[in-house]
Design a protein around this ligand. Structure first.
Ligand code: NAP
Length: 494
């Protein structure tokens, strides 16, 4: 994938501190003219100022989405697919600029930011291809008296709420299937990371998305813009990615208008290493599962459950790798970890490490971090972490690997499933029978078997228990934006 020398039209608007959001179909200020600042977490400097939308702005966005809904639903699947294909091409063309924007607003390394652009573009390509696949079913009733025809229709205007940790790809994972299904969408990005969403909206417009099909409401007060939409009967769907507590609240609020909901919530992924695992493979995949996005991922390995026979070797080898991670300015090619999102993230990591150590955990290794400015946290390996340490129960969202040792498979399963979450889990073993048995017993929506990466556009991403409802990606991701209508036609035996 390459980047051309042309400048994308969103660049000047997004980065020249234009105090605008992307309401309705254009760069527009908030009704009351208020703005908020976006800062670079590596330097703590202001990089842009965007519209601070409030309730009237949110309702303007929904007006546009509702007005566009009928026509977009009737646009042919091929024409909707063409918009998504052109958007894919635009993202690939401007890959480097989009990656630098992500690095600026969230501090992820430039290498990871490029991967995020590829991942986001892949969702648009996948759903451009899915948009034209038929989803109808036709069958006679059992008694032959009627004929059942089932068609999938778009659910209608959607509110899409995204988190800061994967700002472009989480938006893509919702927008692509929504538009492919024929829905219109209002996107509410996290206040920390509105810029990549604004760039995406401008790119969608240039790719031919008609007015109102995709709008963006940027705001420093999330509830002020989402609550009026959730109580407006024109909205028909909420798709949310974020923390479990906010997800619970939004599920309650979605009851007012009985909305379709998709909930991609928090995780507490166990990473199980059995004595029969290939040690080198286990350590390599552990680094992927733990250190992608510096641990700021819902599918990040949160608890390393390691069998006693391999635990010493695993802890030492993982410690060596973690201590060698170069931490520093994320725009440098040689850097393996940039800053965390903000000072609260650093404080949380520090608290979790101190709590574990106070309960008997041992620090095996710790990497060096630069002095400020920037919200840096040290990659750390903790061994002998007791079950009552907070890190065993809370999402770390940072570069700390906590090892808890076990002796039997039953013991490992009990600890692994002892959580309200059930998003991703990982297991490392050389025995296929154990892999199948343990995968079946893990209470999780996704299981990585000898792999530390489960994210894939063609796969149904999502959780069980309090990690969420519904799936994103794959054909299942499209169904989240469709509702079934059944036609009853005369049969041959009436
Ligand atoms: P968060 O605090 O729940 O925020 C997520 C989004 O919801 C942001 O846009 C946020 O806006 C908005 N929001 C917050 N409070 C709200 C309210 N009362 N009403 C309406 N919207 C509200 O989560 P986060 O800290 O951004 O993201 C980290 C969490 O997301 C972690 O728990 C992680 O596991 C989860 N996550 C899950 C997945 C998945 O696929 N399952 C993927 C990525 C992340 P503001 O930020 O502007 O307040």
């Amino acid at each position: 994938m390459t980047d051309t020398l042309t400048t994308p039209s969103w660049e000047s608007a997004v980065l020249r501190s234009v105090p605008s959001g992307f309401l309705a179909h254009d760069w527009q200020p908030a009704t009351d003219g208020r703005t908020f600042e976006v800062r670079n977490p590596a330097t703590e400097e202001v990089i842009a100022t965007v519209a601070d939308c409030a309730a009237p702005d949110a309702l303007r966005a929904l007006d546009a989405a509702a007005a566009a809904a009928g026509r977009w639903a009737l646009t042919s699947p091929r024409d909707r697919a063409s918009v998504l294909h052109r958007l894919t091409d635009a993202m690939i063309e401007h890959r480097e600029r989009l990656a630098r924007l992500i690095t600026l607003e969230i501090g992820k390394t430039i290498t990871e930011a490029r991967s995020e652009v590829d991942y986001a573009a892949a969702y648009f390509r996948w759903y451009a291809e899915e948009a034209v696949r038929p989803h109808a079913r036709s069958t006679p009733s059992p008694d032959g008296k009627s004929h059942i025809v089932t068609v999938a229709e778009p659910v209608g205007p959607c509110l899409l709420i995204t988190p800061w940790n994967v700002p472009l790809a989480m938006a893509a994972r919702k927008i692509a299937p929504a538009l492919a299904a024929g829905c219109t969408a209002v996107l509410k990005p996290a206040a920390l990371t509105p810029l990549s969403s604004l760039a995406l909206a401008e790119s969608a417009r240039e790719a031919g998305a008609p007015p109102g099909v995709l709008t963006v409401i940027t705001s420093s007060d999330a509830a002020a813009v989402t609550l009026p939409l959730l109580s407006d009967p024109r909205l028909r769907k909420l798709s949310f990615t974020g923390s479990t507590p906010v997800g619970r609240l939004l599920l309650q609020q979605s009851g007012a208008c009985v909305l379709r909901t998709s909930m991609e919530l928090g995780g507490n992924a166990p990473f199980l290493v059995f004595d029969d695992a290939d040690l080198d493979l286990a350590v390599r995949e552990a680094m992927v599962a733990k250190m992608r996005l510096g641990g700021q991922s819902c599918v990040a390995a949160n608890r390393f459950l390691v069998q006693e026979g391999i635990a010493d070797a695993f802890a030492a080898a993982l410690g060596e790798q973690m201590a060698a991670v170069r931490v520093g300015p994320p725009d440098r090619e040689d850097i393996g970890l940039g800053p965390l999102a903000d000072h609260r993230a650093v404080d949380k990591v520090r608290h979790l490490v101190e709590d574990a150590v106070s309960r008997g955990a041992v620090v095996v290794a710790q990497a060096d971090i630069p002095d400020g400015p920037g919200h840096y946290a040290a990659p750390t390996v903790l061994d002998h972490v007791p079950a009552d340490a907070a890190i065993m129960h809370e999402e770390v969202f940072g570069p700390v690997a906590a090892i808890n040792r076990f002796s039997t498979e039953d013991e490992a399963m009990a600890v692994a499933n002892d959580t309200e979450h059930g998003l991703a889990s990982y297991l490392m073993t050389s025995h296929i029978d154990r892999a199948r048995r343990v995968a079946a017993r893990l209470q999780a929506g996704m299981v990585g078997v000898n792999r530390g990466l489960v994210s894939e556009v063609a796969a149904p991403f999502g959780g069980v228990k309090q990690s969420g409802l519904g799936r994103e990606g794959g054909p299942e991701g499209l169904h989240e934006y469709q509702q079934l209508k059944y036609l009853s036609l005369p049969g041959f035996h009436t």
